[in-house]
Structures are given as C-alpha cells and as structure tokens.
Design a protein around this ligand. Structure first.
Ligand code: UTP
Length: 303
C-alpha cells in the first residue's frame, strides 16, 4: 500500500491514570513525575516522541497532574537564580524540558480507561494517523521503536502496535495479540487481541506494550466502545475492531520489539530502570557501578 495520508506529526501521551501500584508515592504526585535517575519518567517519553520526529505532543492529564504541565513550562524564578549564580550547566538542564516540543494538554475528567484517555485526544488530532506513547512506559533511547512503527504504518496504512515476547506466566499482565507472519522481519499481522488473558487462554506470548500508531477511525470506534475488563474503556477492544475490518482503520500490524523497556508504574521495573540507566551514565556510572559491585558481593557472601 502506498502512503495515502500526511506524515505523522502528533503524539498523544495518556498520563491520567491513578497509579495505584505506586501508592503512597502517587497520592499527590503523578507517577509519571517519579525520577528515573535525575529526570522524571515522562521526560524520557516526550524525548522519545521528539526524536521520532513528532514535535506536537498532547498530554492527557487529570487530577493531581499539574506538576506534569509545570515540568514542561518555563520556571523563570529558578532560571534567574541559576543565571545569577552563573550555573550554565544546571540552567541548560532546567530549560531542556521546556524547549523540547510544542506541548498541549487535555484533561480526562474521570479516569475511565486507556481507550477513554485516547478518545479525549480526538479534537486535537483530527483525522490524521497519530502516535500514542504511554506515559509510564519507558523505551531505552538506544533501542528505537517508534520510528520503525511509523515507517511500518506509512508502508501498510491502518494501525500499528508494539509487541514484545514475554514468558507465558507474564502474559496475564498485558494485552495479548494473535498474529500471523507477514514475511517481513520483525513485522506481523495482528488478527486478534485480548486484554490480560490467563496463560491458558492466551493466543500467543506477544504482549502489547505502550506504543501505538493509530488510524483516526479508532476515535469512531471508541465513541461506542462499552466498558470492558475492569469496567474500563479498553483501547485493546477498539483495536480488535480495527483488526477485524481492513476498510475501517485496519489492518493492524505489530512491530516486534526486542530492546530494553521498563514499566515505570511497576515498582520492581522502576528500580531496575534506575539501576540500569544509572550504571550506564558517564557522570554517575563509574562510582555507582563500583558501589553496586561491592554491594552485590556482600549480598552473595551473606546468602
Ligand atoms: P495503567 O494500566 O498503568 O493504569 O495505565 P494506572 O491507573 O495509571 O496505574 P495503576 O495500575 O493504578 O498503578 C496505562 C497508561 O494509561 C494511562 C495511564 O496514565 C498510563 O500511562 N491511563 C489509564 C489514562 O490516561 N487514563 C485512564 O483512565 C487509565
């Protein structure tokens, strides 16, 4: 299929969830603002969108999410204090987040589910294909995924989701895709989707992870999608309809991701993200790795 629509330029970042897995830290602070080393998780996500060429970013926020808007805005007081001190390095770090992209915000009054959060983006997105990046899902910047998905969507049309193979005992934590081969390396055709299945009912061990490139027909479907699993309006249910009908927003392809990814809304994964990214930092890594080695050695002696 040839390219039949404008180049994708808009990213939607749903960040209105309650973050209950991270309570009490998320009682008054959005989970997307939790620091991963020294940057909030959400900044990595916006940086990823920008490096895939998407410089129009709409964040779907909700109650308690004000710090998200403040983080991507100027902070004149802080900037002038750093300017007076001549602290150019920190000044650059403070300005980095406000200079990244053109940011827009929409409030999801009630967190009725990911599908509903995506629907809140409809007036801003219009009738163009667009990308969705979950605000708590961190893809290592060295393992680009979104650019591959956009390129796949431009070749095939329809919608594209990101898939990752997981162990069968993990599949109940994810949406799961039934797939067939396309003959293209790392690209599959999605024939069915099911949200958080038991291992015995899972059609594959391909888990859906938090990156999507969607045809705007998904909005028409979401408007009539009834609440599904957990009483929430599920994006997976709308994707199933896209996969069913090639003429209405389909086909749905899956790009298989084999790189590093962290669910920063999960406490264990959050800790792993910090340790890994801190180890790899030029400024902090050498000292931190040395400490980690001796800590692990001590632990091994005790066990
Ligand atoms: P999660 O499934 O991680 O839900 O949402 P959650 O409520 O944020 O977290 P827990 O499970 O209670 O700890 C996946 C993504 O969808 C967004 C979340 O912000 C997250 O980026 N989301 C979810 C919304 O924007 N609105 C919703 O109504 C639900």
């Amino acid at each position: 299929m040839t390219q039949s629509h404008p180049r994708i330029s808009k990213a939607v970042i749903p960040a209105a969830g309650l973050g209950t897995r991270f309570l009490p830290a998320t009682k008054a602070t959005p989970k997307e603002m939790l620091p991963v080393v020294d940057k909030p998780a959400i900044q990595y996500v916006v940086e990823e969108a920008v490096s895939a060429g998407l410089d129009d970013v709409l964040m779907v926020t909700g109650r308690n999410k004000r710090p998200l808007e403040d983080h991507f805005d100027r902070n004149y007081e802080l900037e002038s204090a750093l300017e007076k001190k001549g602290d150019e390095e920190r000044l650059a770090r403070v300005r980095q987040s406000s200079d990244l992209a053109t940011m827009h915000y929409v409030r999801q009054g009630d967190p009725k589910g990911l599908g509903h959060a995506v629907l809140c983006a409809a007036p801003h997105v219009g009738r163009e294909p667009f990308a969705v990046l979950l605000g708590d899902d961190l893809i290592d910047p060295r393992d680009p995924l979104l650019a591959r998905m956009i390129e796949t969507q431009e070749r095939h049309g329809g919608s594209v989701i990101a898939l990752m193979e997981v162990a069968p005992e993990q599949i109940h934590l994810y949406g799961c895709a039934a797939v067939e081969a396309t003959g293209e390396d790392g690209v599959v055709r999605v024939t069915g989707l099911v949200e958080k299945p038991d291992a015995a009912d899972a059609p594959s061990n391909y888990a859906i992870i938090g990156r999507y490139v969607l045809d705007p027909h998904v909005f028409d479907i979401l408007r009539t999608t009834e609440p599904g699993r957990g009483g929430e309006i599920q994006l997976t249910d709308a994707l199933q309809q896209l996969a069913d009908d090639e003429k209405v927003g389909g086909p749905v392809h899956g790009v298989v991701f084999q790189g590093r990814r962290y669910d920063t809304g999960d406490r264990g994964d959050y800790l792993r993200a910090i340790v890994r990214l801190a180890c790899e930092r030029e400024d902090l890594g050498p000292d931190f790795r040395a400490w980690l080695r001796s800590y692990v050695a001590e632990e091994m002696q005790q066990s």
